[in-house]
Write a protein that binds this ligand. Sequence first.
Ligand code: SF4
Length: 676
Amino acid sequence: MSNEFRKRIRRSLIDANLQAALDANAERRKTGRLSAFASVTDYQERRQRAHAIKADVIARLDEYLSQFIAKVKKNSILVHRAKDAGEAIRIFLEIARSVEVKVGATHTPPLLVAKSKSMVSEEINLNQALEAVGYRVVETDLGEYIVQLRGERPSHIITPAVHLRRQEVGQLFAEKLGIPYTEDIPTLTNTARRILRDIFLTADIGVSGVNFGVAETGTLCIVTNEGNGRMVTTLPPIHVALMGIERLVPTLDDLALFLSLLPRSATGQKLSVYTSLIHSPKHLTDPDGPLERHLILVDNGRSTLLASPLREALYCIRCGACLNACPVFREIGGHAYASIYPGPIGSVISGALVDPNFAYLAQASSLCGACKEACPVDIDLPGLLLRVRSGLSPQSSKNGDESTRRNTKEGVGIPFAVKFGLKGFRFAAGTASPFAVFQSLGGILSRVYSPFRAYIRIPAWTGWGYSKDFPRLTTRMFRSRWKNIKQEVEEEFQVIRQPREAPTPEAPPPQSLITQFTDELTALGGKVYLVGEKELPARLTGFLKSKGIDRVCVDSVGAKYVTDIPLVRVPDPAVRCGVTGTLAGIAESGSVVLVGGAGQPLAASLLPEIHIAILRASEILPSLPEALRKPEVREAAAGVIITGPSRTADIEMTLTIGVHGPGELHIFLIDDSDAV
Ligand code: SF4
């Protein structure tokens, strides 16, 4: 472990603010994840399926990539491949220069780039590269915006500002944005909303990451909660998506499986608020969407990982659950790692994707296995960490088998004394009699040492002592206790080994899809009103008037039902309410599915502060896979699955509604009773 790393760890451990922030994050994330999975009775089966799918994708990556690229190109998205960070930056700059040429006549530099969260962009240092040539880059995820204002990097792959308390954010906004100091989280969030709204509306280029690419359809799937991901992929004239080459799933059915795991593991949600499904730039008749979409597929060390004993790390879906579960991360936070990929998965991949010198990060693990247990793809993180520790890094395997064997034998970064001790331990622990002798000797020595425990300093090089103490000694040695409890344990195992009848699954309570849909959406803060089709115009118009709405942004469905109030067909940021139709509802998550197309501006469900969606009861489907199978989903240039009002928990994990997207979501559910 490097001295610099030790220093960073010490600084983290004595930082009271950081410790409080980390404690709050870890506990809430853990509780959220467990309760989100409580209703998933086949969780283990799903995670094994996810593991198998990723294993197949990574084993046949070239094949899946070719299929995906062919589809994406057919869908008119411009595809670029970058073998490393330098090439990715060069490609991006070429795109940006072509944009400058196009907008040059009407535009005053610098070019404005609005970014949603993308770990690949952090990996390749995109912001720094763009700023170096004079472009203005603005992070639009609230957490990313906060760390950008502080001149920092994200400290967590899901919650970038997790290391900060509200007081620090209040101070920051007062200094940088000129507002009066406040610790009120909704006020801080609203300030960011107001400032970033202008950025979305005037940006020349929108940049996003990609959570999943679907090989069979060429779909780019992006999940966000705040709505900034939708803004940067819908409003600017050019959209550039950055994607690691490993982020593929074969089919839309597989995507549904991964979407049942990612948000639950990341933020404890059944689905993120916005799941965008992008296929192409805007069609000619579409009222909104970018004119050009680019996809930059970034390798940057992934092929090297693939060819190494660490290839399983490529199954990662960047949910962050292993960070929240890791007892080391929970104490030291992300910045102590120095890599933009911290925690257990970061300690495995940073050496290949960020800097070969980061191999030492693998020492920062107790190998307790909490990360593997939390991982929704069942990645063997402790095994991978051990491989990094033993020198089986991608860099060593790149040079051939002989080098790999040599490094394994040598144990990169491990002092000779430790290696010698470990060899001795292996000998002592490997056979019963020496083990018994050494164990008894150890017991005697520990008793001799015990009275002097307080006076003995443990050498700093061992890594012990500055952050933890040896545990108190037991009054009886394990070996002597074992003889007595052996019988009890044996009996207990006998009980466990008894064949047990599989529990009969309880029949779900009889619940209509409408009730389930309503319950789910209501729990998320949305509202559902069951209405007859004939009464809908009067109910809807009355509702709009009660809210003081004087103009409504509508799509073709909304236009049919809103009466007496002026309608706007092209999204206008000054209009407070949008009324749209829906393609389908999803009962299990309380979501609605919207697709773009002629007369269907997606921004009508995004820019206004209130979104009203009209859904037919007969269009409510039980679950996500059925919704994704609808042909309209893959035919549209873009679509979105909306699950509740826009929200964030980026400041102190405090839920705040209405960040960038609408803060109110109302569903007028047409009771076409045949299907009810
Ligand atoms: S390794 Fe597993 S738990 Fe960690 S971020 Fe990746 S998918 Fe999530």
